[in-house]
Design a protein around this ligand. Structure first.
Ligand code: C5P
Length: 209
């Protein structure tokens, strides 16, 4: 099974990097954050509570990975709701099962998220942990929002990013952390091009072995 596992905090650049890698190696790509977001959105749309684990797990089990729409799911409120249901072990079990069956697709896969190298695909061919300082991530998020014609304030985004990191790194089940055998890529002062070439050479080497 050829899986590239890419983990890291929000807005570190792992989405762009994952898509570039998937394109380069013609692998299937799954942004696992979208699975948590889609579950949260389905609850919000149906007026269901975000704090009832049994209800959230039922919704997670019925999720269709084919219908994940990034544009719809990227809303800030959905990300916040996603990180709340992501602390629930039975929600995680349901989504991890779907993610593992995706990971087995041929000819290979790229999965990005928070626990891919540690929990979902511990035997991945290559593991990358992509990070950047909270300030750099907040600046990137702000630039994306401004470029899309929206408005936002740097301090608010920075506070959100710090809170989301605390929730993702502090939870008991599958906290965000680098796998012991992950390659660390700090993109604070590295362009996406440089991160991509570093990642590509790790993958080329692993594919030759
Ligand atoms: O990456 P993204 O911002 O779309 O993820 C939304 C939320 O889903 C994260 O804050 C995190 O709490 C959760 N998540 C997770 N495990 C993953 C992917 C995302 O817990 N593999």
């Amino acid at each position: 099974m050829k899986t590239i596992a890419i983990d890291g905090p929000a807005a570190a650049g792992k989405g762009t990097l994952s898509r570039r890698i998937a394109e380069e190696f013609r692998f299937h790509h799954l942004d696992t954050g979208l699975t948590y977001r889609a579950t949260a959105k389905a609850l919000l749309d149906r007026g269901l509570p975000l704090d009832d684990e049994a209800v959230a797990a039922d919704v997670a089990r019925s999720l269709d990975l084919g219908g994940l729409d990034r544009a719809v799911l990227s809303a800030h409120a959905i990300g916040e709701a996603a990180s709340k249901i992501a602390v629930m072990p039975s929600v995680r079990r349901a989504l991890v099962e779907a993610q593992r069956s995706f990971a087995a697709r041929e000819p290979g896969t790229v999965l990005d998220g928070r626990d891919i190298g540690t929990v979902v695909c511990p035997d991945a061919l290559v593991k990358l942990y992509v990070t950047a300082s909270p300030e750099v991530r907040a600046r990137r998020r702000l630039d994306e929002i401004l470029a899309a014609g929206g408005s936002a304030d740097f301090e608010t985004i920075l506070d959100d990013i710090i809170r989301r990191d605390e929730r993702d790194m502090g939870r008991a089940d599958s906290p965000l952390k680098p796998a012991d055998d992950a390659h660390l890529l700090d993109t604070s002062e590295m362009s996406i091009e440089a991160a991509f070439s570093a990642a590509k050479s790790f993958i080329d080497t692993a594919l030759k072995q």
